[in-house]
Design a protein around this ligand. Sequence first.
Ligand SMILES: Cc1ncc(COP(=O)(O)O)c(C=O)c1O
Length: 375
Amino acid sequence: MTTQTTVPLLDLTEQYRVIGPELEAAALEVLRSGRYILGDTVERFESAIADQLGVAHAIGVSSGTDALLVALMALDVRPGDEVITTPFTFFATGGCLARLGARPVFVDIDPRTYLLDEAAVAAAVTERTRGIVPVHLFGRCVENTPLASIAERHGLWILEDAAQAIGARDSTGPAGGLGDFGAFSFFPAKNLGACGDAGLITTNDADRAAAARRLRVHGESSQYHHQQVGANARIDALQAALLQVKLRYLPKWNEARRQNADRYQSSFEAAGLSETLTLPAGDDGGHQVFHQYVVRAPRRHALKQHLAASGIGHAVYYPVPLHLQPCFADLGQRPGSLPESERAAEEVLALPIYPELGTDRQDRVVEAIAEFYRR
Ligand SMILES: Cc1ncc(COP(=O)(O)O)c(C=O)c1O
């Protein structure tokens, strides 16, 4: 049987239809300028996004992965250092630690929010621990205050993996402005997406910002002079120009995602599904930005098949927690080591939430799920 996807998980062409002319004008300006790496366009973007996010410094880089990597280099992460993080995340969170020779220490998540469990973090600190990498997964911020008190007690740094949380806040401040550094991704599917790869490092500390700026250009202190080894991790001027156009729309897009989430909540309640499915925890003061709308679904495998046959886009983020990835086997964790992360990996399902989804398509998602559970 062939099926047509009638409701995609994400459709970026709809966004392009609205802002295409602005994007094309911004791209042409860069093409005609002859200045393609860093320069004024990047500086203007960095200053606009720092203001909008409410952070002192923003440093454009080549991807979210490189944002993590360069921030970790600026924090002087070394082989053998232990860094506490979540296994229920995209690979880059743990991969960047391993690339620098550090030991990712994966601890379990809070089953309600899917975020790093602060008690598990406190219990994992050893004398080799240097830092904590909380991940603001699916657009919800990890509450920073409890982590900050653990960090202060033990002299640790905090690097926020804010790749999925641009514009989100915890109860005290903005994602990317809570820890020592924040790392954002502008992968096209993100709430603020480039037309290719790009990322951003944020910090409120001028010295840390200067270190990140050096490290994104091979650790250059001045041209061709290196006191440190860095990376080629610069953002393209073209991406910065396109992102600057999109930045103006971000608050509206994030609000549309929140409204879609509210509408799922009331539609699933009306369909009698709010007990069957576990809907996203909502009590964060409305500060999350729903990069993904993720439910726990009984009989997930069969539901996925039903949705595929009904043409409803969906995805599993993430099917294998990092502590069970073969490349991390030598860390010594096994199935059963981190039960909440493993249970989440088996149960979660992401549904379409993009800003342009619209009520008709959203109703079709809810109807298809209701039909499955009525059987
Ligand atoms: C939680 C998380 N961390 C890091 C990244 C890496 O970002 P990028 O794909 O831009 O390298 C992503 C996105 O893909 C992510 O979702």
